[in-house]
Design a protein around this ligand. Sequence first.
Ligand code: HEM
Length: 181
Amino acid sequence: MKGVIFNAVEEAVVGLYSEDTWDDLLDAAGVDGHYTSLGNYDDAELSALIGAACPMTGHEPNELIRILGRHAFPHLADRYPELVDEAAGTHDFLRRVNDIIHPEVLKLHPDASPPSFDFEDRPDSVLRITYHSERRLGVLAEGLILGAGDRFEEEVDVRIVSGAGEATTVFDVRAVKVQGG
Ligand code: HEM
């Protein structure tokens, strides 16, 4: 996984907890933690960090990945503001991840292998998103989707339709503008 993802997770941990927590996590996970944005690191390091963070934070792994994804999103988005600012709202932005954002990421990081997504409009402002990746990190996608909702000031509700924790996960994402927001 690209260092830019580890950097965003680090920023999420520091924002939610503290610098010391991040340092303790690195020690507990047995990783050195010098992640450069362009570097590529073993996915097992991310799993080790999550594994070490669960007992420290009291969260279950999936809950923690969702929280970290949500809070990592603004840091990831801040690195690529032009990719986020052009979107009209959460659904529009999410559709761009597959066709514009991850392909742009691949130009900058040819060794990255981001997930792919399919989209289907459903009734009642629901966008059905199908995540595909052998990394089985659909729950991270869920957190990032919630983070995108925060960014666009929309109330976002994500329901897993099928395939939780599998290489193909289907989500129904409902996004509604926050009143007065
Ligand atoms: C500005 C926004 C975004 C940027 C710049 C971005 C960039 C990236 C990068 C660099 C990776 C690492 C790929 C690798 O190391 O092989 C990645 C992975 C990932 N991205 Fe995005 N991403 C963005 C938004 C999103 C959103 C909104 C979602 C959810 C719908 C998403 C879902 C994921 C997931 C789940 C992964 C983990 C890898 C996997 O599951 O295979 N990303 N992204």
